[in-house]
Design a protein around this ligand. Sequence first.
Ligand code: HEC
Ligand code: HEC
Length: 269
Amino acid sequence: MHLISQSRCKQLVTLSLFSLLFINLSAIAEDGGALYNTTYDVNLGERYFERQCSRCHGFDAKGNDETGAPDLTGRLSRASTDVAIFNIIRTGVPNTAMLPVAEAVPDATVWQLVAYINSLRYDPDLVELDGNPEAGARLFAAKGDCGSCHMVNGQGGRLGPDLSRIGETTTPEDLGIAIMGPDEKVAPRWWTLRITGRDGETREGFRMNEDSFSVRIMDNDSNLWSFRKSQIQSIERIEQSTMPSYEQSLSESEIDDLVAYMFSLRKEI
Ligand code: HEC
Ligand code: HEC
């Protein structure tokens, strides 16, 4: 009896140690931020921030010279990822006034703080840009001809992603990169397939869908082409963007205007 209970006890101890370790590891290694980034989470994070953090960082999170707490609305000096921000809040910054949150504060709350801090960085009212969004909107429609490929609020083409809410998810910096160097980052959805049929004819377009027997693409004129796999001679996948680079054709200030316009595109509240 005694032996059994002892080993059981040991087992329990290892189990709970293991689960503790596991929970800790998963909190640090996994980016739980994706689970807590709704508007609801941002609001809860903000409320918590006002109670626990604003006395040093300020109500607007713009920092405070007296307490030495930095501005949290721009690029953070100690953290460039959600996980890193999480860890700063969880463990503090050693030998500074930035103490860890109480251990009893659940991870979910810490992630909500992360979501709130992220929302500040993307808050257009707090970000100062050189460009003029109205001028950018005109360029988008006219000279830039961006609307022939991109939809904004139901208007425009389908040869590129819908940009109606692009400002919510993309920093001004990345918007500039998207315009000047579209090949830098191309999601697979926008790769091009170049398909040559057994009849020798070649067609190019975005891959729309595919099953075991056939593949469909949409060409630049929005025509859909369906190929039976048995009729295909070759398929080439092109991972470059079909969007032209505007680095040469637009001036720096025009690009600034476009960035300001796109950054202003978000869900109407
Ligand atoms: C007692 C004052 C104080 C309180 C309260 C406080 N902080 Fe800080 N915080 C600081 C100071 C000071 C630093 C700068 C530490 C350093 O890097 O020297 C800092 C740094 C940070 C950073 C890193 C900033 C960067 O640029 O990398 C984050 C993120 C942060 N705090 C979030 C929070 C959150 C969230 C709370 C509330 C849970 C909070 N802080 C509460 C004083 C405070
Ligand atoms: C010929 C069609 C075409 C034109 C014209 C075009 N784009 Fe694009 N654009 C695309 C495609 C396709 C993608 C997706 C692939 C990529 O990331 O480059 C894209 C991606 C983007 C992205 C990144 C979107 C995201 O979800 O990350 C932005 C921002 C953008 N375009 C802005 C513009 C602006 C501003 C203009 C006008 C100056 C423009 N585009 C003109 C086709 C086009």
